[in-house]
Design a binder for this molecule. Structure first.
Ligand SMILES: *Cc1c(COP(=O)(O)O)cnc(C)c1O
Length: 364
C-alpha cells in the first residue's frame, strides 16, 4: 500500500510548514555555541515574571484535565477587550483557530482568498480542507485589499488578512479594512489575523473589535505567542459573533488549551507594564536595526511587527548560512516568494548589534 496515493489531493500537494531548528540542534551540527535566535518573532524579554508563578501554582494540578471551556480566561480576555465572553474561542495557538475556521467553512470546491507573501498557515489550512487557494498579488509587499475583494467569487468561503502580515510586517489601515468588509458579501467569512496588534501604535490601525456587531462575517484572531511571550505554551483565540464561535466550538478539541497555558495567559494579561515595556523595547530595537541597515546600504520592508524583513541584495540563502555559522539565526523567506530577503526578529539591543555586525562581515 502506498499511503501517498491514498492521501487526499490537498494533503498530497501540501508543503509542510518549516519551523526553525532548535538552537541546541543547530549548534551541535555547526560545532558552535552561544548563538542567538532572531528567527521566530519571539519576545526577547521573555514573558512577564508573573507567568512563572502562575505556572508553578498550576503544576499542582497537572493530573486534571484543563477547563475545556476556558471560562475564567475567556471572561478575562472579554473584559480586557470589551467584548462578551461568548464571542471568544480559545485555540492551541491562533494557528489552531485559523485551521478550525477553514474546517468549519470550507471544503473541496470552495475558494479561500489570501495575499501573495502572506502568512504560511493560510495555504496549509486551505489545502488541508481540500479548498482552492486564490492568491492575489501584493503591492509594495503588502496586501492589496481591493484586489482581494475583487477576487471573491460565488465559490469564496473565507478571506484571510494578516494585519500586520508576517513575514513582511506590512499592514492595512482602518479605511482599507473597512472598505474590504463593506464590499465583501456577508456570506464570506473575513478573518483579520492580528497576531502583532499589540505592537502597532499607528492611529490609523483599525479597532476591528468595534465592528463585530456590524459585520456578522468578521472574525478577528489574536495570540499570546508574540508580545505576551508565551509561544511555547500554544495559546491564541478568535473573537467573532457568538454564532460563529459556536460553530468553531463544534470542531474544536475540547481540551485544546492546557491548564498551564490558560493560567499563564491569565497572568500575562494582567501585566500591562510588561506589555508596555515589550512595545518600547521593540520600538527601540526597530530603530536600531533600521539605522544599521541604512549604514549597510540595505533596503527593508517597513514593519509594524516585532521583526524586519531586509533585502540583502542577492540570494539570501548563502547569507543565511553564513550568519548561521556566526551564531546568528534568522529566517530565510524564499518559501514566501522573497528569495533575496531575510526576516530578522527584533532582539535585545546586544543581539541586534551582534546581528548587524555579522551581517556587515557576511556581506562584504
Ligand atoms: C505568529 C503568528 C500567528 C500566531 O501563531 P500562534 O499559533 O498563535 O503561535 C498568527 N498569525 C501570524 C501572521 C503570525 O505571524
Amino acid at each position: 500500500m502506498n499511503p501517498h496515493s491514498h492521501a487526499r489531493p490537498g494533503i498530497r500537494r501540501l508543503t509542510p510548514y518549516q519551523p526553525g531548528k532548535p538552537v541546541e540542534e543547530l549548534e551541535r551540527e555547526l560545532g558552535i555555541e552561544g548563538s542567538i535566535k532572531l528567527a521566530s518573532n519571539e519576545n526577547p524579554l521573555g514573558a512577564s515574571p508573573r507567568v512563572a508563578d502562575a505556572i508553578t501554582r498550576a503544576l499542582t494540578e497537572v493530573e486534571r484535565y484543563p477547563d475545556g471551556g476556558g471560562v475564567v480566561l475567556r471572561r478575562a480576555i472579554g473584559e480586557r477587550l470589551g467584548v462578551k465572553d461568548d464571542t471568544i474561542t480559545l485555540g492551541n495557538g491562533s494557528n489552531d483557530v485559523l485551521d478550525l475556521i477553514a474546517r468549519v467553512f470550507a471544503g473541496p470546491g470552495d475558494e479561500i482568498v489570501f495575499s501573495q507573501h502572506s502568512f504560511a498557515v493560510y495555504p496549509i489550512a486551505t489545502q488541508a480542507v481540500g479548498a482552492d487557494a486564490v492568491v492575489t498579488p501584493a503591492v509594495e509587499f503588502g496586501h492589496d485589499l481591493v484586489a482581494m475583494a475583487k477576487a471573491v467569487t460565488a465559490r469564496t468561503r473565507i478571506v484571510f488578512v494578516a494585519n500586520p502580515n508576517n513575514p513582511t510586517g506590512t499592514w492595512n489601515t482602518r479605511d482599507e479594512i473597512r472598505a474590504l468588509l463593506e464590499s465583501v458579501s456577508e456570506e464570506v467569512i473575513v478573518v483579520i489575523d492580528e497576531a502583532y496588534a499589540e505592537y502597532v501604535e499607528d492611529e490609523r490601525y483599525p479597532d476591528t473589535l468595534a465592528w463585530l456587531g456590524e459585520f456578522p462575517n468578521l472574525v478577528v484572531t489574536r495570540t499570546f505567542s508574540k508580545i505576551y511571550g508565551l509561544a511555547s505554551l500554544r495559546i491564541g483565540y478568535s473573537i467573532s459573533s457568538p454564532e460563529i464561535a459556536d460553530l468553531i466550538n463544534r470542531v474544536r478539541h475540547p481540551f485544546n488549551v492546557n491548564s498551564l497555558a490558560q493560567q499563564a495567559a491569565l497572568a500575562a494579561l494582567e501585566d500591562e507594564e510588561f506589555v508596555a515595556a515589550s512595545r518600547r523595547a521593540n520600538s527601540d530595537g526597530m530603530t536600531q536595526l533600521e539605522s544599521g541597515f541604512r549604514d549597510l546600504g540595505l533596503q527593508w520592508i517597513p514593519s509594524v511587527g516585532n521583526f524586519l524583513t531586509v533585502d540583502v541584495g542577492r540570494d539570501a540563502g548563502p547569507v543565511y548560512d553564513a550568519l548561521l555559522h556566526k551564531g546568528v539565526i534568522v529566517r530565510p523567506v524564499a518559501n514566501y516568494g522573497l528569495p533575496n530577503h531575510l526576516r530578522i526578529s527584533i532582539g535585545l539591543a546586544e543581539e541586534n548589534d551582534r546581528c548587524l555586525t555579522a551581517l556587515r562581515e557576511v556581506l562584504v
